[in-house]
Each structure stands twice: as structure tokens, then as C-alpha cells.
Design a protein around this ligand. Structure first.
Ligand code: ACO
Length: 307
């Protein structure tokens, strides 16, 4: 869906959306497709890229805030379609836009403790289903998508060096879908099931928090900014990405940006950006990557990865 198509739905313009967000287009799932359908596509692509027997994958973890059902988890619902081990650990992780980093952190810990050998970590969302398509301040920002990585226990490569996960629920109402199952579907009032955001305030907290997060990650690993080959940020808004990079004095040439094409796909945005930069040859084996995200909760997290 292009910005021009959005001009038909709400009082907005291609120029406003580009200037304020960097977004040029976003993908919208077909009405017949669910988050699980997108997750299956991404999961199968990751299994193919890793060239492993899916039956040896003993964990599936899906970062999502738009699951197919209240239960079973999306991970359980797609387990069989992925062909992974029938007794694998399968679960969803809900941390909004930090969902992929949270899922990666959980899977990494399962691998380090020896509980699992191969973990499929997927970020997948159909945010188009939780948008108020009459609210121009939110509906232009988000898109649907899924991305995945396959992790494997090994002593031969550094892989995920460490992850840093945080949350603070004090300002939950700045960015939320204020309704959920336990409040009762029968009492659902207009638009309570859609994204509501105080964009300006979220913007400021995001830039401040991401700056701190990157400093924390570098400090804990005894690294300086110049050691990082690529920053792969959550793709919310080009201005958040650029402001964070500027604050940290990291040149934009070393930051992967896909927001122009995907919009904000929440938990899917980092694996989608990773996929784009690996497939087009920007990210090379052996390089040091810093993945970072900020999302509703607020939640935030980073992963330092030797690819
Ligand atoms: N088209 C045209 N005008 C618009 C639109 C639109 N789509 N949306 C808002 N406006 C108007 C507003 O009504 C306002 O008009 P006014 O001055 O007459 O009142 C004007 O544009 C400016 O609005 P602001 O909200 O101040 O615009 P801002 O520069 O802050 O940009 C934006 C808004 C893009 C939402 C920005 O605040 C932002 O990116 N915030 C971070 C949001 C985000 O990325 N959240 C996700 C991160 S966490 C996660 O991914 C879940």
C-alpha cells in the first residue's frame, strides 16, 4: 500500500508521510492471511537458508502482538506446518515492537542452558488488523510482515554474544491497544481494539532510551561505536533511527534502513531488515551487528551478534 493510496482513506499526503516518517509504502496482508501464515513463510525461508532438517529444530518462538488466536499460541498453531520436531518448545512472546529481540533473548538463553539445540525465532505481525483506518496519526505508520532467524548451539562461532532486555510499564498509555480479552469482548467500545499513540511523546522517550541502550550494550562488552559494523534498528520511523544514530555518532552508512519499504512492522521489522541486508550483500559473515528495538510497554532491548 503506497502513501498515495492512503491519501484516499484519510486526510494525509505522500509528502507529509515521507517527511515525518521516511515511509513510502507498506505491505498489507491479504484478508485470508493471518500472522501465522506470514510466520510460516518466514520460518520456512529461514530453515531453507540455514539448510537444516526442520525435524531437528526443537524450539519455535514467535514474537507477536497480533496472534492468530488467544490460544493456542501462534507458535503452536504453525508448528506442524513448519515441519519442526513434534515435541519442540513452542511459544509466543508479546513485547510489541521489541518482540523479536525479546524472543531472541529467550531462545538464546534456552540454547545456552542446553535445553534446545536449534531454535527458530520469528517476528510476525498483522498490524493492519489493529489499526483505526480513520486515524491518520497511526494508520500511515504500520505494515504487516514476518521475518525469521535460525539459531544453533555451537562453540565454533560467537553468534549471539549477549542480549539486553528491559521494560517499564509506567507510561503504558502513551502507546497501546487499550482493550484485551479479560476486559470482555462484549464491552468493547469504538476503536478500543486499535492502536492509540501519543506519537510526539513516544518519539522523545524512544530516542532517549535507545541512546542509553546502545551505550549499555557497548559498555558491557567493552566495545566502542567504531567496533560495530552494522546497526540493525527496529524500523519505526527514519527520524527515530537517524536521531539515535546522530546522538551516538554512528554514520547512517552503517545503519540498515528498510522503513521506507515496510513501514513499522513491529516485531517483524528487525528480522526483515536483517534479511534485506544479508541478501543484498551489505552484511557479511564475521561482522559485528547491534540489533536494537523500542516498543509499547515500554519495552526495549538489544542483541550484540557476530554474524
Ligand atoms: N498526515 C498529515 N498530517 C498529520 C498526520 C498525517 N498522517 N498525522 C498527524 N498529522 C498532523 C497532526 O494532526 C498535527 O497537526 P496540528 O499541528 O494541526 O495539530 C501535525 O501533523 C503534527 O503532528 P505531530 O504528532 O506533532 O507530528 P510529529 O512530527 O510528532 O510526527 C509521528 C508524528 C510521525 C507519529 C511522530 O511523532 C513519531 O514518529 N512518533 C514515534 C511513533 C513511533 O514510531 N511509534 C512506534 C515506536 S514503538 C513501536 O514501534 C510500537
Amino acid at each position: 500500500m503506497t502513501n498515495t493510496e492512503l491519501e484516499q482513506l484519510v486526510d494525509t499526503s505522500d509528502a507529509w508521510i515521507r517527511e515525518r516518517t521516511g515511509i513510502e509504502e507498506r505491505r498489507i496482508a491479504d484478508p485470508s492471511q493471518t500472522t501465522g501464515d506470514l510466520a510460516v513463510e518466514a520460518g520456512l525461508a529461514a530453515i531453507a537458508a540455514a539448510d537444516v532438517d526442520p525435524a531437528t529444530v526443537d524450539m519455535v518462538i514467535v514474537g507477536t502482538s497480533t496472534p492468530d488466536a488467544v490460544f493456542p499460541s501462534t507458535a503452536c498453531l504453525i508448528q506442524r506446518r513448519l515441519g519442526v520436531a513434534p515435541d519442540a518448545v513452542a511459544m509466543d512472546v508479546a513485547a510489541a515492537c521489541s518482540g523479536f529481540i525479546y524472543a531472541l533473548g529467550v531462545a538464546d538463553r534456552f540454547i545456552r542452558t542446553g535445553s534446545v539445540k536449534r531454535a527458530l525465532v520469528i517476528g510476525a505481525e498483522t498490524f493492519s488488523r489493529i489499526l483505526n483506518w480513520q486515524d491518520r496519526s497511526t494508520c500511515v505508520l504500520f505494515g504487516d510482515g514476518a521475518g525469521a532467524v535460525l539459531l544453533e548451539a555451537t562453540t565454533e562461532h560467537e553468534g549471539i554474544i549477549n542480549t539486553h532486555l528491559h521494560s517499564d510499564g509506567a507510561n503504558a498509555e502513551l502507546l497501546h491497544v487499550p482493550w484485551g480479552v479479560s476486559q470482555g469482548y462484549d464491552r468493547l467500545v469504538d476503536n478500543a481494539g486499535t492502536v492509540s499513540m501519543r506519537g510526539n511523546e513516544v518519539f522523545k522517550v524512544a530516542v532517549r532510551t535507545l541512546g542509553r541502550l546502545i551505550d549499555e550494550t557497548l559498555e558491557k562488552n567493552g566495545l566502542s561505536r567504531s567496533d560495530i559494523d552494522w546497526v540493525v534498528p527496529h524500523q519505526a520511523n527514519i527520524r527515530i533511527i537517524a536521531a539515535t544514530a546522530k546522538k551516538l555518532d554512528i554514520p547512517m552508512e552503517r545503519v540498515v534502513v528498510t522503513v521506507q519499504k515496510h513501514g513499522n512492522t513491529s516485531a517483524a521489522s528487525i528480522p526483515l531488515a536483517l534479511d534485506a541486508a544479508i541478501r543484498d550483500g551489505r552484511i557479511q559473515r564475521g561482522q559485528l551487528l547491534l540489533l536494537e528495538a523500542f516498543g509499547a510497554g515500554f519495552t526495549w532491548g538489544s542483541a550484540l551478534v557476530r554474524y
